[in-house]
Design a protein around this ligand. Structure first.
Ligand code: ZN
Ligand code: ZN
Length: 194
């Protein structure tokens, strides 16, 4: 059955992951599972920047797709970058099925503040929905409350919701489309056993 798969890259709090998994299943109407963690992506480390390349991590995720993968989302505590920016909260394959998000700059501790677990959960869900939105070919949205509005800092993330606006929602599979997606997967697997 097609599902959203969360892949922890290195150590990530299991409670955060199960909360995120429930939030994504709710938002996309597609089952979501947390996969067994793999090691930290040392191959993507840039010594000069002391950050990890989100683009290199994405390329490695693309090789981990299985027949059950609808979308594969890597989750890491490491700080991510792309060459033209100081940092990124995440990156996605536009129209592909892989994305990666980082917890590093979503934590209030990064800004010298006390931990705020509720806020962290919300930020994580918003960033995850946002990056998965890009895999559905959604560009950035001008509606500041829409989850697809761009975020250049956590303040921006806190301003928006975890929901798609009406316009962006049209790119997200409907309940019927999700059913068809998994209905056909079921038929092909039962044929294999016939
Ligand atoms: Zn974006
Ligand atoms: Zn929108």
């Amino acid at each position: 059955m097609k599902r959203i798969q969360l892949l922890p890259l290195g150590s990530v709090d299991p409670e955060l992951l199960s909360d995120l998994s429930a939030g994504l299943a709710r938002e996309f109407l597609i089952p979501c599972e947390v996969l067994t963690a793999v090691g930290e992506p040392a191959f993507a480390y840039n010594v000069t920047r002391q950050q990890h390349s989100s683009t290199e991590i994405l390329a490695s995720l693309a090789q981990r797709n299985t027949p059950d993968t609808w979308r594969l989302l890597g989750v890491t505590s490491l700080d991510l970058y792309i060459p033209i920016l100081t940092f990124v909260f995440g990156e996605a394959q536009m129209g592909g099925n892989s994305a990666v998000i980082s917890l590093h700059r979503l934590r209030d501790e990064f800004y010298g503040l006390p931990p705020n677990i509720l806020q962290l959960r919300e930020r994580l869900l918003k960033e995850a929905v946002h990056e998965l939105g890009h895999t559905l070919t959604l560009p950035h949205c001008e509606d500041y409350q829409c989850v697809m509005s761009p975020s250049h800092g956590v303040e921006w993330i806190d301003l928006k919701s975890s929901r798609f606006c009406g316009k962006c929602r049209a790119a997200v599979p409907s309940r019927a489309e999700v059913k068809a997606l998994n209905g056909s997967a079921h038929i092909s697997s039962s044929r294999r056993f016939a």
